[in-house]
Design a protein. Structure first.
Lengths: 667, 260
């Protein structure tokens, strides 16, 4: 009997609350995907070349997992509260009929466990499929080849997903049960107690509302114009942003009240009722609205940040596959081996050397200083290295790019690809020149940033690309720095880049030569992509999900608590369609209120993030960024529309149920 | 009261819930007329079918058989807009638990039936003021229900039921949630509307005190009309009528055999 009841109630809960159940399944998928990251092909591959970084990431995962559990807890708590509020009368009845509280609670826990089990049974297989697809897709994308792929089932991840998920469920149930213990059965039977509509005093609410807007604007101002680095201003920005959002919503209810009073003499049909419903939601739920709005802001920022990291990866082009260090003759011997020769497209010595020539960059620094935000860069500008034009052109040729051409009085500035390029480029456009040992050389009006060696770990802040003849007079080291080789395109196409490099690596490792390969470059690169973009996008999506579910549930809770109002309206002559229209408008406005602030704040946040903190990914055109931003925005809008549709449909169902219930109960 | 104009005709009304073995007959062929300007009371024990009757007339439940005719039109033929129009304009409904929308001010609550039919608060202001002063709730017009007393709430609800100038006001135990003083004020007001403005009121009640304000009372038992009391409003005081009501109520327990 007990189990039958648990089973039946659990089924009813699932049916009546598909929105919540669906969100839980997605949460499970997200948990498993995160926790099984270490088992994915790409990560296992990375662990072989970047073990330290991967290890660090693996240490970070539990923290991210706990953070997401914390937020999922809110989701579960609100949803369980929604379900339990609806069943208060039922609980009261059980208690009146003599059911022991202990039994009631074990029934509730039983229902929770049963539903958890079902959501796990749906969520875990979906998660397994998804991780396989991600694993295969990433492997294909980075040229790992799918030969090495095998199905992975991370038992640790499954175990952690299950236990974390169930703990969160039981914990929120426990908290709700504690409040249930404190409620008298008679009070439960009466159903829901509502908070009375009260308004703050006029002046207080106006002050709160205006203060909220001022603080938010202040936060935007700080973010857009004063945030140069992470310092105490960041803290001030966060504080004023959070407090501002909170105060804005705190004062909004009364602001709406004033507007309703002003409009009501001309309001027709259910307009006043609809607006009062919205106002009531804001007055009673401003905390939840603030949290949801902030979560959405974090979600949007996270996703944008993650995507920008992804873009950064994709723009990091492959310049050379191996850089071999050693004497020219030794290298020559190796390159002449048959198996090596078959794989190589080009090889060339790279002339890069420190120089003791007096290189005066005064004019260049001056130009930098005059560029907006260039003070710091100007202060630290110095050039100690030179690259021969011929070597650089060999590199450009191997990459299929246009060669540079320097006259005997021209040089060009080289900077590592990691460096901020916008400032230097802007300064170079001003037609500047430098002096080497007292002679004046003009600089080409753009910055060169292609990787001159295979491994990006070797970085060089700034260097000067000089004509070969000048190089021979200025270089401290006349020998080439290293020899770069590029693999044949056919080989790469046939074997996949990864496998081709690994094969060459195998040959080179047998010799005594030291070398760097693009493999470690890819490793670092991939690691950045996978760790940072994956984690931020993951958190972004999770926040988006939680914020939307919380807003939706908050609305539905309020609607259900006040269903008698809709019944009265029916009696007063409102049609079901009018009620549905009112509900639809309420939901739209309720969601928009949360979204508008979140979107405006996130535009400011994302703008300041890109323009001040990280800068646009090097080499990415504005058009790409805008395209990606548009895609993110579209996905975001679709998600919101989907949520609004689901919530509206649930709300409609309640209205229709009301009508039939009204007819049924009228006895 | 116009003794010739029949505002409402209920003909052989039946309502059955459930099917086959599980059948409950709430109403078993009730027939009566309501005249314009009448203050009609419906009394009966719990489960006698009086609320079902009221709900059938309010179109909140559909009768199994029989007819309800208002101004010569049959209610069962109403659908959609016609039905909403009927609910908001032609009948006013007064609930036992007031059912004021607690997130709206008294003024907004009162104007609801009018605004549902396209009139704005501005246009209705004159009417609001008029009815509010009659029901003595002018002071609370801009207050929320949580800031009012029970009596004020029910008078606000009465203003809402009356504002659209309905042909028929249906009241379901309107004094059920009020103390005796507030009950008396409310009944005085309702009687005033009935008397001065010739409003037709049909009230379901348990309360003999409230019922004594009526001009006619129908007693229902087991879904059938069981007895009828008429008061001569010219000669009979409410106190005398109250006495007669109490006597019938005492006899109700014993079935129709005991009724004189």
């Amino acid at each position: 009997m007990f189990f039958k009841q648990v089973y039946r109630n659990a089924a009813k809960n699932r049916k009546g609350n598909g929105l919540f159940f669906g969100s839980l399944v997605i949460a499970i998928v997200a948990f498993y995907t995160l926790l099984s990251l270490g088992e994915q092909d790409v990560m296992r591959f990375l662990a072989t070349i970047e073990s330290d970084a991967v290890h660090k990431l693996m240490l970070l995962l539990p923290a991210v997992y706990i953070l997401s559990l914390f937020f999922v807890f809110f989701l579960v708590y609100f949803s369980c509260k929604y379900q339990m509020d609806d069943r208060r009368t039922e609980f009261g009845m059980y208690l009146m009929l003599g059911m022991k509280r202990r039994r009631l609670f074990s029934m509730l826990f039983g229902e929770t466990l049963w539903n958890s089990l079902i959501s796990l049974l749906i969520g875990l297989p979906v998660a397994l499929c998804l991780t396989e697809v991600i694993s295969l897709a990433t492997a294909k994308l980075v040229g790992l080849g799918i030969v090495g792929h095998h199905f992975t089932l991370s038992s640790g991840a499954i175990l952690w997903t299950i236990s974390g998920y169930i703990i969160v469920q039981l914990l929120s149930m426990l908290i709700l049960c504690i409040s249930l213990v404190r409620t008298e059965p008679a009070e439960l039977i009466r159903g829901n107690s509502q908070k009375a509509q009260t308004e703050m005093s006029n002046r207080k609410s106006t002050v709160t509302f205006i203060l909220g807007i001022v603080l938010l604007l202040f936060a935007y101002y700080l973010g857009l114009f004063h945030l140069k680095d992470l310092n105490y201003l960041t803290f001030l920005l966060l504080l004023s942003g959070i407090v501002g959002t909170f105060l804005l919503y705190r004062g909004l209810g009364e602001f709406l009240g004033k507007r309703i009073r002003r409009k009501s003499p001309t309001a027709k049909r259910l307009t006043t009722f609809t607006n009062r419903q919205i106002q009531e939601n804001v007055i009673h739920q401003y905390t939840a609205i603030t949290i949801s709005s902030l979560l959405l802001l974090v979600a949007l920022s996270c996703v944008s940040f993650g995507i920008s990291l992804w873009l950064e990866r994709t723009t990091d082009t492959r310049s050379t596959d191996f850089s071999i260090f050693g004497s020219e003759s030794e290298i020559h011997d190796i390159l002449e081996q048959e198996d090596v020769r078959d794989m190589i497209k080009t090889s060339y010595p790279l002339y890069l050397s420190p120089t003791d020539a007096r290189i005066s960059v005064d004019e260049f620094s001056e130009a930098l200083r005059k560029t907006e935000g260039g003070d710091n860069a100007a202060k630290y500008l110095s050039i100690d290295y030179i690259i021969a034009e011929g070597s650089y052109n060999d590199l450009m040729h191997a990459m299929g790019k246009e060669r540079i051409s320097l006259s005997h009085t021209q040089t060009a500035v080289y900077s590592s690809p990691d460096w901020e390029d916008a400032l230097l480029n802007a300064a170079l456009k001003k037609d500047v020149s430098i002096q080497i040992n007292g002679s004046k050389y003009s600089l080409l009006p753009r910055l060169y940033q292609d990787n001159i060696v295979a491994d990006r770990a070797i970085t060089l802040s700034n260097a000067l690309i000089v004509p070969d003849t000048l190089y021979s007079t200025l270089a401290e080291e006349p020998e080439p720095y290293c020899t770069n080789i590029n693999l044949k395109d056919e080989t790469v196409e046939q074997m996949g880049l990864m496998q081709a490099i690994t094969k060459m690596d195998g040959i080179l490792s047998k010799t005594d030569l030291t070398y760097d390969s693009y493999l470690s470059g890819i490793g670092r690169n991939l690691f950045n992509t996978v760790s940072a973009s994956y984690l931020t996008i993951y958190l972004g999506i999770l926040f988006l999900l939680i914020a939307n579910t919380v807003i939706g549930l908050k609305y539905l809770i309020q609607q259900r608590q006040n269903r008698h109002r809709y019944r009265t309206l029916l009696m007063l002559g409102a049609s079901t369609k009018e009620l549905c229209d009112s509900v639809k408008r309420q939901i739209k406005v309720f969601f928009s209120m949360v979204l508008v602030v979140a979107v405006i704040s996130s535009i400011a946040a994302i703008y300041s993030m890109f323009s001040v903190l990280t800068g646009f990914p090097p080499g990415t055109s504005i058009r790409t960024v805008i395209t990606f931003a548009a895609i993110v925005l579209a996905v975001f809008i679709i998600t919101e529309i989907l949520y609004i549709k689901i919530v509206t449909r649930t709300a409609y169902r309640e209205i229709y149920a009301l009508e039939t219930e009204e007819r049924r109960n009228a006895s | 009261m116009d003794t010739t104009e029949r505002i409402l005709q209920v003909k052989n009304l039946s309502k059955t819930y459930g099917k086959a073995s599980n059948k409950t007959e709430a109403l078993r062929g009730i027939t009566f007329d309501v005249l314009k300007g009448e203050f009609l009371g419906i009394m009966g024990a719990s489960g006698s079918g009086k609320t079902t009757l009221l709900n059938c007339i309010a179109t909140m439940t559909t009768p199994s058989s029989g007819k309800i005719i208002l101004h010569g039109e049959e209610l069962s033929k109403f659908h959609g807009t016609q039905l909403s129009d009927y609910r908001g304009r032609e009948i006013g409904y007064l609930f036992q638990e007031f059912e004021l929308l607690d997130n709206m001010t008294a003024r907004e609550n009162i104007v609801l039936p009018l605004s549902l039919h396209g009139m704005t608060e501005g246009e209705a202001e004159h009417k609001i003021q008029e009815i509010a002063s009659k029901l003595e709730i002018t002071d609370v017009l801009d207050k929320f229900p949580s800031q009012m007393s029970g009596g004020q709430k029910q008078r606000t609800a009465a203003a809402r039921a009356l504002i659209s100038n309905p042909d028929l006001v249906l009241a379901d135990e309107p004094t059920g949630a009020l103390d005796s003083r507030n009950s008396k004020t409310l009944m005085d007001k309702l009687a005033e509307f009935n008397w001065d403005l010739d409003k037709t009121i049909m009230m379901v009640t348990h309360d003999a005190n409230a019922a004594s304000y009526c001009s006619r009372i129908l007693f229902i038992q087991d879904g059938k009309l069981f007895h009828e009391l008429r008061r001569n409003t010219q000669t009979e005081s409410t106190e005398d009528f109250y006495g007669r009501i109490v006597t019938v109520m005492a006899q109700l327990g014993g079935g129709s055999a005991n009724v004189l």
